[in-house]
Ligand binder design. Structure first.
Ligand SMILES: C[S@@+](CC[C@H](N)C(=O)[O-])C[C@H]1O[C@@H](n2cnc3c(N)ncnc32)[C@H](O)[C@@H]1O
Length: 312
């Protein structure tokens, strides 16, 4: 299966000569990353257990919960392991662990994960909050909420309330009653970072504009329920500027927000300055583009906004 020619052209425009490398990574197996669920076990204890059967490494000194299983594995082996069933770890690509690291929630925060299912980031946020504070995990799809609930149960999450609402409706309902310290908006997207040959099949240029409009709409409503001074992380698993820099630019143009600097343990690129005639703010140097070829991971985009407050 080959990527569609328009997909190839766009990636070439974005990455230049590196486009070939990007597409090569779709044919390479993903590395087996897991995240230690510190609500149930410490990284040291988990390491001792897993080392009995697999070769494992913790590649990021400051984040011992990020574990890479180096051994060759049978299909489904990570999911069937007793330590997984016990909720000691969550199977999650390392790039997908970056948005909660950027959000950096604390034990006293009031946090909203507005598009939460199946819960890889909800469970990570709850672990970072040490099951304290309050987390609301929302999604619109009941089938995905069921998986979210079972993941939360397996991981021993107890500080989280699940809601099932369209994000726009939820924000309108909450707007006059409550505001959040921190919000994660990890939106549905065109998935250019997902290293699966199905991405080539699914990709079509029309969905990019559709997602971009939805993402701007969601970002506008979630900003209405963020406290002044509060922080919002916007993330996607795609690389299209329409769904990334353009969405952040929309927020800069219409709301009192600024792009915050974030430090992530993965290699990443700055945001781009221009795309097909649309110019972006110099603040895009603080957003992170994570390319598959940089860390042998999936592709991701992560940006953090702070609400300055006041009207405009
Ligand atoms: C990229 S996935 C989220 C992945 C999740 N954050 C995780 O880490 O496991 C996007 C989610 O947004 C949900 N979604 C899409 N549109 C929505 C809307 N208008 N309101 C609420 N949820 C929505 C989808 O059902 C999907 O589960």
């Amino acid at each position: 299966m080959q990527p569609k020619s328009q997909f190839q052209e766009r990636i070439k425009l974005l990455m230049g000569e590196e486009a070939e490398q990007y597409f090569e990574y779709f044919r390479k197996p993903l590395q087996n990353f897991i995240r230690c669920n510190t609500l149930k076990i410490s990284p040291e204890e988990l390491k001792k257990k897993l080392e009995k059967k697999w070769q494992i490494i913790q590649p990021y000194h400051e984040y011992p919960e990020i574990i890479l299983v180096k051994s060759g594995l049978m299909p489904g082996e990570l999911g069937k392991a007793v330590e997984h069933l016990m909720g000691y770890y969550y199977i999650q690509d390392v790039s997908s662990m970056m948005p909660p690291i950027a959000l950096d929630p604390t034990e006293t925060d009031f946090v909203l994960d507005i598009t939460a299912a199946p819960g890889s980031k909800t469970t990570q946020i709850a672990a970072r909050m040490k099951n304290s504070g309050l987390l609301i995990a929302n999604d619109i799809r009941i089938d995905r909420i069921n998986i979210l609930a079972s993941n939360m149960e397996r991981c021993g999450v107890t500080n989280t309330v699940i809601t099932r609402e369209d994000a726009v409706n939820l924000c309108r309902k909450l707007e006059k009653r409550m505001k959040f310290d921190k919000i994660l908006l990890d939106t549905s997207c065109s998935g250019e970072g997902i290293r699966d040959l199905k991405t080539f099949e699914i990709w079509n240029p029309n969905m990019i504009e559709k997602f971009s409009r939805q993402q701007k709409r969601l970002l506008a409503v979630v900003l209405s329920i963020l406290k002044d001074g509060g922080e919002l992380v916007y993330s996607t698993c795609t690389l299209t500027p329409e769904e990334n820099e353009s969405v952040i630019q929309f927020a800069l143009d219409n709301f009192n927000v600024k792009v915050e600097e974030i430090e992530l343990p993965l290699k990443s690129r700055e945001g781009i300055n221009e795309w097909r005639g649309e110019k972006f703010s110099s603040e895009m140097k603080e957003v992170h583009r994570i390319y598959p070829q940089d860390n042998n991971s999936e592709g991701f985009f992560v940006a953090k906004l702070r609400k300055i407050g006041g009207n405009r």
